[in-house]
Ligand binder design. Structure first.
Ligand code: HEM
Ligand code: HEM
Length: 193
């Protein structure tokens, strides 16, 4: 891990353990869901275990829904730690807007998936447990919600790529300790939120 440049090292406010744990568990889950989603839609109809992939995607997607509401609730009651004053204003706004968009997509993506699945005959099972259907069989509504699901998936991919590049820039180029705010580390004695 690269060292944090000089004087800001001890003054950086960090995310706390709950926020860090939720961030990394959800990062893994959402990247898995994106990969699984794009993989499974290419499996030709008639392949015997095709439905297993869809059911796994739906189950993990429902799990992600619980976690995102937990996370959004936590975030609502625990504001993000302030960025150090040397970070340029445009970077602060870019981070604020991109994080907000990530939250919006994280809420809308499982909702559109669930709604679309509610308007087809298969419904949603959570690791085998049948969940309530919010609709009836209706191909037009199913396709409409699925269109949104596909669109938001593409937006999420773009946002996550920019997010990862920005995080890596902080870690490797700026070396300003911003990346470490989302890690447990040496600075744990500094202020957390
Ligand atoms: C390997 C991939 C990832 C890396 C390296 C990464 C890194 C980071 C870092 C360093 C921060 C803290 C920024 C700061 O100090 O202000 C952060 C915040 C955040 N990340 Fe990630 N992240 C990754 C994946 C994701 C994914 C997949 C998502 C969601 C789709 C995500 C959503 C967020 C959000 C919403 C915040 C803001 C947290 C808040 O203020 O509540 N990240 N990420
Ligand atoms: C954060 C959560 C989720 C992510 C990131 C995600 C991502 C994706 C992606 C990338 C695809 C492929 C899109 C494409 O081909 O353009 C997909 C398809 C699909 N997703 Fe999700 N998904 C999530 C949650 C859910 C949930 C909760 C459900 C239902 C309960 C669901 C049901 C589906 C279905 C049925 C398809 C297949 C659509 C088709 O046949 O074209 N997804 N998802």
């Amino acid at each position: 891990m690269s060292e944090v440049k000089g004087e800001y090292n001890n003054r950086i406010e960090r995310y706390n353990l709950t926020a860090i744990a939720l961030h990394w568990v959800m990062a893994l889950l959402i990247i898995t869901l994106l990969a699984l989603g794009y993989y499974m839609v290419d499996i030709p109809k008639g392949v015997p275990n095709r439905a297993d992939y869809f059911n796994l995607h739906k189950s993990l997607g429902v799990l992600a829904t619980f976690l995102i509401f937990l996370r959004a609730g936590w975030r609502w009651t625990h504001p993000a730690p302030k960025l150090p004053s040397n970070v340029p204003g445009w970077t602060v706004s870019a981070a604020w807007w991109s994080h907000l968009l990530l939250y919006v997509c994280m809420v809308l993506q499982p909702l559109t998936g669930y709604l679309s699945s509610s308007f087809n005959k298969y419904g949603v099972k959570f690791f085998g447990i049948e969940l309530p259907k919010w609709g009836w069989e209706d191909a037009a509504l199913r396709d409409l919600f699925m269109k949104f699901h596909h669109l938001i998936a593409a937006l999420l991919v773009a946002l996550i790529l920019v997010h990862i590049l920005a995080a890596l820039k902080h870690l490797l180029v700026d070396r300003d300790g911003i990346f470490q705010r989302m890690l447990l580390g040496k600075n744990e004695s500094t202020k957390t939120t």
